[in-house]
Design a protein around this ligand. Structure first.
Ligand code: ADP
Length: 317
């Protein structure tokens, strides 16, 4: 549904997007992750036909975004960063205008307008100038604009940025509800979002794509994957004893919450030996937990090092 092949965008001496390739299959929600300035918006603008690539190509629903731009744009909805619209228009006026631009008419137009106004709960603000709306409502107007023509592909640039937790939750639910029959890319630097809505994630930093994996695969690259953490009043004694266990490579005590974490040697399972040791020694503990891995730590280590993520197969080798 979406394909980027060796996309590059150069601004003067800066390679804002540098040789980025990926595909998004039907029904996938792809999280586009990266620190500020990584090249996420620039990539999305190229996919949405707003910016021409310096080199490389991209296609949406099989249509090249440069040579077959109108056809590509017909099948995609795009929410630019910050959800820009026309502040002096009302949501109804703005969406009527978008319906005109999208060539919607007759019954279909009525149905689509009713659908998006209902889905995005815009009924109470239909006649209020957009510039006087809260940030949450402005974002909803932007989302309504993006989905009005019921596109197969959605490109959403930071759809939850700057929203309060309830509004974030609402937008995520909306994305999830559309995920079954659409292909979606969302950019974010909020890692909890990846868990909440994404089936796959790519990580980009300084214009380069460094990872393309499922959230679970990313977690497996975390040094916390397979680690065992717990709370104990005897943290210092427990740390010393656990450090001597076979297959435990390190034990750390968190300076903030005092939780103790035992890390496994590569590929080893240590949950049973850690919990067994604590019981044998009569060391009291609570909240014993096997860690899946921490996305924030993987994100930091990849984006700081600039090194591409190893695949499972590469790790096994
Ligand atoms: P992100 O969306 O990941 O925060 P952007 O794609 O907005 O990153 O920006 C990538 C890089 O390109 C940044 O260094 C940014 O300053 C630069 N950039 C973006 N747009 C322009 C432009 N129109 N002219 C020059 N540099 C730009």
């Amino acid at each position: 549904m979406i394909e980027a092949q060796r996309l590059c965008k150069q601004y003067g001496g800066l390679m804002a997007v540098n040789d980025v390739s990926f595909r998004v299959e039907p029904g996938q929600v792809l999280g586009f992750l990266g620190p500020n300035g990584a090249g996420k918006s620039t990539t999305m603008k190229m996919l949405a036909g707003f910016l021409a690539p310096s080199s490389g190509r991209a296609a949406v629903c099989g249509h090249d975004v440069v040579s077959d731009s109108i056809a590509a744009r017909r099948c995609l909805g795009y929410l630019p960063e910050g959800a820009p619209s026309y502040g002096e228009m009302t949501p109804l006026g703005f969406l009527e205008f978008i319906a005109d631009v999208r060539g919607l008419s007759g019954d279909l137009r009525k149905r689509r307008l009713a659908d998006v106004l209902g889905r995005l709960h815009l009924d109470t603000v239909l006649e209020q100038p957009i510039e006087t709306l809260s940030k949450g409502f402005k974002r909803r107007v932007g989302l309504a604009q993006a989905i009005l023509h019921d596109p197969e592909v959605l490109i959403l640039d930071e759809p939850t940025d700057g929203l309060d937790p309830n509004q974030k939750h609402e937008v995520r639910e909306l994305i999830q509800s559309m995920a079954a029959d659409k292909t979606i890319i969302i950019s974010t630097h909020i890692l909890e979002e990846v868990h909440a809505v994404c089936s796959r994630a790519v990580i980009i930093a300084k214009g380069r794509l460094l990872a393309d994996a499922t959230p679970a695969e990313l977690e497996r690259r975390s040094r916390y994957h397979g680690a065992v953490s717990l709370t104990t009043p005897d943290a210092v004694a427990a740390k010393e004893g656990l450090s001597r266990l076979a297959d435990v490579s390190a034990v750390e005590i968190d300076a903030q919450d005092g939780r103790l974490t035992a890390f496994p040697s590569a590929g080893k399972q240590i949950f049973d030996s850690v919990s067994g040791y604590l019981r044998e020694q009569g060391i009291g503990f609570s909240e014993l937990q096997l860690e899946q891995g921490r996305l924030d730590e993987v994100f930091r280590s990849i984006t700081r090092s600039g090194e591409p993520l190893l695949t499972d197969a590469e790790v096994a080798r």
